[in-house]
Design a protein around this ligand. Sequence first.
Ligand code: AHR
Length: 519
Amino acid sequence: MHKFTTIITGLALLCASVSLHAQDATIRIHDEGTGVTIPAEIYGQFSEHLGRCIYGGLWVGKDSKVPNVEGYRKDVFDALKTLKVPVMRWPGGCFADDYHWMDGIGPQEKRAYIANNNWGGTLEDNSFGTHEFLNLCEMLGIEPYISGNVGSGSVEEMAKWVEYMTSDASSNMADLRRANGREEPWKVKYFGIGNEAWGCGGNMTPEYYSDLFRRYATYLRDLGGNHLYKIASGASDYDYNWTKVLMNNIGADKGMKGISLHYYTNIGGWVGSKTSATQFSDATYYTTLSKTIEIEEVLQKHIDIMDTIDPEGRVDLLLDEWGTWFDVEPGTNPGHLYQQNTMRDAIVAALNFDIFHKYTRRLKMANIAQVVNVLQAMILTNETEMVLTPTYHVFEMYNVHQDAEFVASDILTKTVKSDRKWPVPEVDATVSRKDGVMNISLVNTDLKKAKKVLITFDNEKAVSAITAARVLTSKDVHDYNDFGKANVVEPKAFKDYKLTKAGLEVTLPPCSIAVLAAK
Ligand code: AHR
């Protein structure tokens, strides 16, 4: 594995203590260029028919009193435009393997209605379907990622869905699409063949699923100049055997372009209570961060298996579900997975990005769960108001890294030990370059202390000015944005830096994330 950032910790830190004497951390930037581009898709989103993600989140319908753009909630629509979402996965998650796409096309009043039995038994009236999702993507410039139904669907149903969406021929499905008001086919690149096939997607063995994948993939055709990038339902967490079997039994030759992985930052386990999203001790904060950075080892192990079986790198790894999973907010439907979002979530997001950026040789996409009102959401809504979460702000501040060239750096920092194995770096960073600007994003995980960071460059003349700088922080790590108090945590102009002979000296406030643009 080529790793471009080295975090030097532990023993190495003792040896290097001389160079740290005036600082809490140092970062050396090797600005000769790596030629590695950070795929924009690392900043992907996930939208599922779950709780109020779709209904009341993305979609209110054209007749709603809530201001809307052709049925899409206007405040959310505008916020997503600002975010520059590269790709969005839909309709699930577990919901995908219960979803019959024909329920969601045609006149709204004639659409089938069902109980969403995965998620609290809530009424699903199918008013948001294929047209509504693909048109939203088109309007916002988002690449759609469709998750097909293997668990309770059929090869015929899935093949017809692809035909309906992408065929420009004169055929039943393409004509049905035209009759439903869409003349031109859409372009659909990413197509997932099932979701969590080892669990809610059918409780299969990897061997059985591999055979099913091959069968389904055979009939998902490239039509009308469209090219499908077919994705296999991959492992959860530490299930390395799942990845191994799929890589051996399917592989690129049988149409698998990508294999997915799910990893959640859940510190109470799956059964029973996890922990509150807003009330947690300092120790729990560090436990959360330790659990989140464990993802690096998990990615590495899945990638090692892929490298062994597929040394040419023909199959990509897609982390199509990740993020924090806490208890639902008191008084809300336990099946709706509605949780608040604090500065802790912002730090989790930033640390994950710092890890993802290092593995893009194989890791080509990551979709946080989920975009609105579910788990580590970007946006929370009630009937009339919208709140941007601290996680939204990280995605927005970090979008400078999308499609930018990764710049190698070494970080020398102390770490904090928690009750878990993975020590948490006090300071973390990503450096990238785009359009002649070097963007440096920095994280200080320390809850109490500001950190002095000295950033130096191989090329002393690499940076002569900082042209923009913002910081995301708050007085208390428990702070969050809520209805009526929407701006408690938001990015502000950052001034605590200076360019000196020694390099770029930055003082990061406790529990903060900063992004500096350098020229
Ligand atoms: O994101 C919530 C659920 O978590 C998804 O539906 C499922 O794929 C995963 O278990």
